[in-house]
Design a protein around this ligand. Sequence first.
Ligand SMILES: *Cc1c(COP(=O)(O)O)cnc(C)c1O
Length: 360
Amino acid sequence: MTRIFNFNPGPSALPLEILEEAAREMTDWRNTGMSILEISHRSAAYQEIHDETIELFRRLMNLPSDRSILFIQGGGSLQFAMVPANFHTNQRAAYMNTGVWAEKAMKEAAFYGDVYEAASSADRHHTYIPENLHLQPGTSYLHITSNNTIYGTEYRQFPHVPVPLFCDMSSDILSRPVPAGQFDLIYAGIQKNLGPAGAAVVIIKNSLLENARRDIPLILRYRTFAEHDSLYNTPPVFCIYMMNKMLRWIEQQGGACAMEEQALRKSSLIYRIIDESGGFYRGHAEKESRSRMNITFNLASPDMEKDFIHQAACRGLSGLGGHRLVGGCRVSLYNAVPEKACRALALFMKDYQEKNRGGI
Ligand SMILES: *Cc1c(COP(=O)(O)O)cnc(C)c1O
């Protein structure tokens, strides 16, 4: 078996042991004589793993008891629309524009009412997280993106604001402890840190549900999911099953704190190479705003970047291309990416610099 070093931005690496476990269980899961793919979502066996996953997630996120956890098909992007559909209840909604995902979220919100930027990092090509923000009267909520997957910036501290705070944590959820009680709503597509593509997990403060809009279809209401324990319709069964395994794995590693220590160690290996390269590798993000999940950088030219990505792939270091909208290179270091992959990449980067100092 050959496994490459996987730096894909999402879907992304999963631990080998959980893939192997899923493969072993694929024909007979928990003595049901069926795979998880074939079982009814109304069965006791399914309900057990559903409940277990919620419990594990609640524990690992250290959630206050007044929060509900919902599983919703449709990934992170559906949440861009569900958030304003449910909670754009006032004159305007505020967004921190820290890059492409925030912009997409704003576009969806504009279908439901006025939207404005409480702050934006567009003035410096999204290389930083703005410290100051300005809220206007009549604001329904403030929406932030904790980690900007495409530009490689990440919040260190979250704003305290007098309106409900909503956060897209799609690319750094459970990669570090967060003050969950500070947020009224958190959502994340699970395919970066928690499992396969196809589902989002939502954490919502129960009291918010009372004031949610009712002039939208039932299937778009968080209240519907909350009242039916995410079983109003068929939930993304396989995603939840894999997320269950991923959460157990995170717990075995030591939980959110251990994930943060690992993320710090892993990202430092790469940032160090960038910082000591004398400008050969040019990091995109400003140092104080650097993401530990996605490291973005450029080389001297797009041709050299192409060559770098190609040479790396030849050595089994895969998934290093930047997002199609911004180009350059990107190293994604989600929870399941092992430190040894980072060490291999760091060695390669040094070696590549050595050989190509004078240009390719
Ligand atoms: C990947 C990503 C999304 C989109 O997720 P989909 O599941 O593809 O809709 C949204 N927000 C952030 C921050 C992301 O990284």
